[in-house]
Design a protein around this ligand. Structure first.
Ligand SMILES: [Cu+2]
Length: 312
């Protein structure tokens, strides 16, 4: 992964230009207003410095009606212009398109991964993916939530100019229509703990035909990607976000201990317990309450344990 993330130099959603317009208008009005106060302030402070003013020259005026009306009306007019453009661009972002004419995707944000779940296709297959794939030129609605025992995250796509909090126990929504093919960065924009800065993913905007072909199929990877045979345990490991906290093939501590060689240190029962009830037996140097307990069938835990014992 490259270290540099996209900023505002790319613009790829229909409303991006409206957001930028409101921003730059705000920016320039603030600069002009700021300078029109600060520059005269320094000038007068210098011009009327104490040793240059005689007492008889000091003004005794108490008020000036014309001036007071002017300095009330002009900023009010500027504020109304700012409000109008701020409000009208926010309204575009906040007005959800009809769900019947959109692709609705479920999004879970949790420490420290993003998981997208699509609606079932005609064959009943449900795609799940860490990176998001969407067709160009379609309305997409994201229904976003976090597990109840998690913290607040925010799904931020700079190239689309969209950002919305993802909140435990609540569903928030965001929509967009991507008008340029390409791959765009998604960043978590709400500080959420140790691995916050690694809580990244991507949105791939692809041609509609390619999207439809992928969506109606049952590939477990993204469009155009080669499906590599993964064991069930490997799939469970990826799907449950274990890699957000554990390195599978080294001793490096991310949040939890590196899992390399774990099979030699512990038996299968210990490892099963470590996944189902992580707070019961906490390895030295780590604290309880960080790894969430996972709720899965005996068959799934066994597959997962077999996988982590391979250490790769
Ligand atoms: Cu986060």
């Amino acid at each position: 992964m490259s270290n540099s993330l996209q900023g505002f130099d790319t613009m790829a959603a229909t409303f991006a230009a409206d957001v930028d317009h409101a921003f730059w208008l705000n920016f320039w009005i603030s600069i002009i207003l700021g300078l029109s106060v600060i520059v005269p302030m320094f000038y007068f402070a210098w011009k009327y410095r104490a040793d240059k003013v005689k007492d008889e020259e000091i003004s005794t005026a108490t008020h000036n009606t014309v001036l007071e009306i002017a300095w009330t009306l002009i900023p009010t007019a500027m504020l109304m212009v700012l409000f109008y453009y701020g409000y009208s661009s926010m309204k575009i972002l906040r007005t959800m398109p009809a769900e019947s004419e959109s692709i609705v995707i479920d999004l879970e944000g949790k420490k420290w991964s993003w998981n997208h779940t699509y609606a079932a296709n005609k064959a009943g297959f449900v795609h799940k993916s860490a990176e998001l794939y969407v067709p160009k030129g379609k309305n997409i609605i994201l229904k976003m939530h976090a597990p109840i025992n998690d913290v607040i995250h925010a799904y931020f796509v700079p190239a689309f100019r969209m950002k919305e909090d993802v909140v435990p126990g609540r569903v928030t929504k965001q929509w967009f229509n991507a008008e340029k093919l390409g791959t765009y960065d998604v960043e978590c924009a709400e500080y959420c703990g140790t691995r916050h800065s690694y809580m990244l993913t991507k949105i791939h905007v692809i041609p509609e035909a390619e999207y439809n072909a992928w969506f109606e199929g049952n590939s477990k990877v993204g469009p155009g990607e080669k499906e590599v045979a993964k064991s069930k345990g490997h799939e469970l490991y990826d799907m449950n976000g274990c890699s957000g906290c554990h390195s599978i093939d080294s001793d490096t501590v991310l949040v939890g201990p590196g899992l390399k060689g774990i099979g030699a240190k512990h038996d299968a029962q210990y490892l099963k317990d470590a996944i189902l009830t992580p707070n019961k037996d906490v390895p030295e140097g780590f604290t309880a309450g960080i790894m969430p307990p996972f709720n899965m069938s005996d068959e799934d835990v066994s597959a997962l344990v077999d996988y982590i014992k391979t250490g790769k």
